[in-house]
Design a binder for this molecule. Structure first.
Ligand code: CA
Length: 642
């Protein structure tokens, strides 16, 4: 069958271009359309509830063969709140399946639900917009968090622990005065909150949330439906939709844009995934009966097939339209073809030109079903509106992810000067402009920044570990590109292993490992590190010269200084950038264990960032030269501070 799918005849006959797949609801009728070109018969089963453990059938309605491999049926009456599945007969076998285009589902996503989507809109939804619409992508500061991690720790003060609505509880405190949750994130000053998967995934049993369960959620079941375990009632299909929209609305009201982590590159269970049940293995790359496995999750998505591509384009557009999502982080974009990426961006940008797109452009061993280019870093020039995570910057600063003991720049290595110099200017080898590089030193994958520093320098003091952390932050938060951080990095997040060492892959570790421990903010080093990150972000926002969009601007306005100590990096930035208040900036980084003195261009310089503090205020002035203490950054401003 897979070979047959990829013939020109199949594509020509069975590519459907309409926008009515799934169910189109009105008070008078529900119109169903399913793409099932290889089916011999299809019918719809209606149920009063969404739980397959309960026998509550209403009726069965046969579907009729229609254009381009689709099947249709209309059911009169108001079906809002009715659940349904498809009975698909193909290969002499009848299977029951959820709708790939389901917009709502019952518990654990087995049955789709007909839903009046407008009824789930929060108040004021029609006026809701991206608070950062009109900003450049390089103006973004992205904060990556798991829904559960943010609220689940006892010290969070958040009532709706582990829920969509827990993310937007205002006024929560630890020790009565230190902000947690939403207030903490606002205080930090980030622009975009990126949530680990919030579509319906399979690894948490929604029917038994009393049982301790945790998963990152990189195992998609229903791509167009929110995850049930994050709602207050996973059994009622409307609740998760309503609550996720409410979360987005509240975040927008608090000035925070929302990015979804989307995982189109594989599914939870390829054999049981609804699309593959209906059209056997169409969604996946299968060669001689073997699923391609570049993802390591067992089944790579055949994005290069026309109806998979359409599915991805439709799905991302739906989240942008219906949920007002402001950005998409593509998990393993390196497994998806560039035409799918570019068509998705083009379609979303027709109505939402502000939406940002980026992903993991790693080279992975997949086998496509037809010749195509994949969305990997080296194809960045073919996906100009798509940014990629910058592992060169990450590994140069903190050490390779493939060896926990390997040193990077902040842990004392002299080997990465050249890479860091180009990364700081947003110009590493694959990157066509600062708009295409996501600069980071920690995300949910691998060790946290602080743990990684400890592993590379086990004999250094806690104070030095904190200095290394701050130095890494000062570097990537003043670098050209799009800064990104894992939640809690700003308070020395750690994932200690109860058996010793640290957990490097906490995808299903308990809350005790993954939760953000807000009570740490009661201790000075954690609070000071938070203040440092907050100051770095404020400084970045105050200086457009740190957020340039074009290579030409970077080459003209940001000059590296050479002939310094091998562990010192320095850059001089002009004030000749639109909106830049300063006449000039001078940025220096010293990872050596010794203090280093650096000659300065003439005039009086104001120190805004040093090893201890960061912000938009002048901490002190220097002339002639500046001395950087061991393991510290220093950023100087000449002229106006803001
Ligand atoms: Ca689920």
């Amino acid at each position: 069958m897979p070979q047959f799918y990829d013939t020109p005849d199949f594509e020509a006959s069975f590519t459907y271009h309409g926008n009515d797949l799934g169910v189109v609801w009105s008070k008078e009728k529900a119109a169903f359309r399913l793409w099932a070109p290889t089916a011999d018969a299809v019918s719809i089963s209606l149920y009063s509830g969404g739980d397959p453990a309960v026998s509550d059938p209403l009726k069965q309605i046969p579907m009729n063969r229609d254009v381009s491999g689709t099947w249709t049926a209309q059911v009169s009456g108001n079906l809002n709140g009715v659940y349904y599945t498809y009975q698909v007969t193909r290969d002499g076998q009848t299977v029951e399946s959820c709708d790939p285009y389901a917009r709502a589902v019952g518990v654990n996503g087995h049955r789709a639900m007909v839903l009046d989507l407008a009824s789930t809109n929060p108040e004021g939804w029609e006026h809701d917009t991206d608070p950062h619409a009109g900003s450049a992508v390089t103006d973004a500061v992205i904060y990556e968090a798991h829904v559960r991690d943010l609220s689940v720790h006892r010290s969070s003060g958040i009532r709706q622990k582990g829920k969509f609505l827990g993310i937007v509880e205002p006024g929560t405190r630890v020790s009565g005065h230190i902000p947690t949750g939403l207030d903490h994130i606002k205080d930090l000053g980030i622009t975009h909150l990126q949530l680990l998967p919030v579509f319906d995934y399979g690894s948490v049993d929604e029917s038994n949330l009393q049982k301790p369960q945790f998963n990152w959620g990189y195992d998609p079941v229903n791509f167009n439906v929110p995850e049930g375990s994050y709602s207050s009632d996973p059994f009622d299909g409307a609740v998760r939709v309503r609550e996720m929209k409410q979360m987005v609305k509240s975040l927008h009201d608090h000035g925070i844009s929302v990015v979804m982590d989307v995982v189109y590159n594989h599914v939870f269970d390829a054999k049981r995934f609804c699309f593959n049940l209906i059209v056997p293995d169409y969604f996946s790359r299968v060669n001689n009966g073997v699923y391609a496995n570049g993802s390591g999750c067992g089944n790579d998505t055949a994005s290069e097939r026309s109806m998979v591509r359409k599915y991805i384009v439709d799905s991302v557009s739906y989240w942008a339209d219906e949920y007002h999502i402001d950005g998409f982080r593509f998990d393993l974009s390196g497994l998806l073809d560039i035409q799918t990426i570019n068509e998705t961006i083009g379609q979303v940008h027709k109505h939402h030109p502000n939406v940002i797109f980026y992903g993991e452009g790693w080279n992975l061993p997949t086998t496509t079903v037809k010749t195509c280019d994949l969305a990997v870093q080296s194809n960045a020039h073919l996906t100009p509106e798509f940014a990629y995570f910058n592992d060169t910057l990450r590994d140069s600063l903190r050490g390779s992810v493939f060896s926990a003991a390997a040193k990077g720049y902040v842990t004392g290595s002299c080997d990465f000067r050249e890479q860091l110099e180009s990364c700081f200017r947003g110009l590493c080898s694959w990157c066509r402009s600062p708009k295409q590089t996501v600069n980071y030193v920690s995300c949910h994958d691998n060790n946290t920044l602080f743990d990684r520093i400890v592993l590379a320098t086990p004999n250094a003091s806690f104070e030095d570990h904190v200095r290394m952390n701050k130095l890494a932050a000062a570097f990537y938060l003043t670098a050209q590109g799009i800064p990104f951080m894992q939640a809690g990095e700003e308070m020395l997040r750690s994932k200690p292993n109860p058996k010793g060492g640290f957990i490097e892959n906490s995808y299903r570790s308990p809350d005790s490992v993954n939760s953000i421990k807000w009570n740490l903010l009661k201790q000075q080093p954690y609070r000071e590190t938070f203040a440092y990150y907050k100051g770095l972000i404020a400084f970045r926002k105050a200086h457009p010269v740190l957020r340039m969009s074009s290579v030409y601007d970077v080459l003209s306005n940001l000059i590296p200084i050479h002939c310094l100590h091998p562990q010192v990096l320095a850059f001089r930035a002009t004030g000749n950038v639109a909106g830049e208040p300063a006449d000039e900036l001078f940025l220096m980084f010293n990872s050596a264990a010794t203090a280093e003195t650096i000659p300065l261009p003439g005039g009086t310089w104001q120190i805004c960032i040093n090893g201890e503090r960061a912000g938009t205020q002048c901490l002190a002035t220097v002339e002639g030269s500046a001395t950087l203490p061991p393991i510290s950054a220093m950023v100087l401003v000449k002229g106006n501070l803001k």
